[in-house]
Ligand binder design. Structure first.
Ligand SMILES: [Zn+2]
Length: 272
C-alpha cells in the first residue's frame, strides 16, 4: 500500500490513517454531509474512556485484592456479600472521580449544541460524558455514580460513598441500594435499549466511536443505522467487525478527530 493513500475497502468506504493528509479532506466531507443531517447519533465505548485513563477493571490489571471484576460485578456476589461488592465500588468510584473528560468528550458536547437532533448512546459507565456537559444521553450499561434498589430497581438518591457496613435501603421497598450499572448476566434496561434502537434507526448520520463493536446489543446499533439509511462513520484506532460497513473509517483517537470535525462544523455555521 502506498503510504498516505486511502485504502479502497469497497466502492464507498475509505480508510484514513493517522497523520495522512486525507484526514482534513475527510473531516470536511463529513462536515458537508452533516450540514444536511437532521438527526445525529453517537455511540461511544471503552476506547473513549481509555483516552482519559479510566482503568478497565478487567483482566489481570483490573484485580482488586484477589478478585476479578467478573467475580464482583454480579447479582450473586451482591446477594452473597454486599459489603465486599460495595467496598469494591467505593474504590472504583474514588478512582473514577479523579479522571477527567478528554477533548473527545468535550467535542461530543459541542456536537450536541451544533445538531438539531442529537443523541449520545454510551456503553461507558464512568460518567465522563455528563461531566463534559452532554445532555441527551442513553447509558446502556448504567452509570457507576448512580444508585438503585436491588429489589424494585427504582433509582435512589444517595451519596457516592456508601458505608459497606451500613448499606442504605430503598425508601419504597426497603431493599438494599446497589450501583446502577449492568452486571454480568443481567439484561440491559429495556426502555434504554429500545430507545437506542429507535434513535439508531432514525439517524441520518451515526458515529461509532472508540468501541470494539463486539459487545451486543450495542454492536448491532451501527449496522441498524446503516441499514436504515444513515451515513456510518467509525472512529476507532483499530479495525472492528463493523468497519466494512462504514462509509468513513477513521483510524484516529476520538480526542484528535472529533475536535477537528467540530471546528469544521463551526466554520460552516458561524458567520464570517
Ligand atoms: Zn426498592
Amino acid at each position: 500500500m502506498i503510504p498516505g493513500l486511502p485504502t479502497l475497502v469497497s466502492n464507498i468506504s475509505f480508510v484514513f490513517s493517522r497523520g495522512d493528509s486525507y484526514l482534513g479532506r475527510m473531516v470536511s466531507d463529513i462536515a458537508e454531509i452533516m450540514a444536511n443531517c437532521r438527526r445525529c447519533v453517537v455511540l461511544t465505548g471503552a476506547g473513549m474512556s481509555a483516552e482519559s485513563g479510566v482503568p478497565t477493571f478487567r483482566g489481570k490489571d483490573g484485580l482488586w485484592r484477589k478478585f476479578r471484576a467478573e467475580e464482583l460485578a454480579t447479582m450473586e456476589a451482591f446477594l452473597d456479600n454486599s459489603k465486599i461488592v460495595w467496598e469494591w465500588y467505593n474504590w472504583r468510584r474514588d478512582l473514577m472521580s479523579k479522571v477527567q473528560p478528554n477533548s473527545g468528550h468535550h467535542a461530543i458536547r459541542e456536537l450536541e449544541t451544533l445538531c438539531d437532533n442529537f443523541v449520545l448512546i454510551t456503553q461507558n459507565v464512568d460518567n465522563l460524558h455528563r461531566v463534559a456537559g452532554t445532555q441527551s444521553i442513553l447509558e446502556l450499561h448504567g452509570n457507576i455514580h448512580h444508585n438503585k434498589c436491588v429489589d424494585c430497581n427504582k433509582p435512589c438518591e444517595s451519596s457516592l460513598s456508601i458505608d459497606p457496613d451500613n448499606i442504605p435501603t430503598c425508601e419504597h421497598c426497603g431493599g438494599k441500594i446497589r450501583p446502577d450499572v449492568v452486571w454480568f448476566g443481567e439484561m440491559l434496561d429495556p426502555v434504554v435499549i429500545n430507545q437506542a434502537f429507535q434513535e439508531s434507526e432514525q439517524a441520518d448520520i451515526f458515529f461509532s466511536v472508540g468501541t470494539s463493536a463486539i459487545i451486543y446489543p450495542a454492536a448491532s446499533l451501527p449496522p441498524l443505522a446503516k441499514r436504515s439509511g444513515a451515513t456510518l462513520v467509525e472512529v476507532n484506532v483499530e479495525e472492528t467487525p463493523i468497519s466494512f460497513l462504514a462509509d468513513f473509517q477513521v483510524r484516529e483517537k476520538s480526542g484528535e478527530f472529533l475536535p477537528r470535525l467540530v471546528a469544521a462544523l463551526k466554520g460552516k455555521t458561524e458567520p464570517g
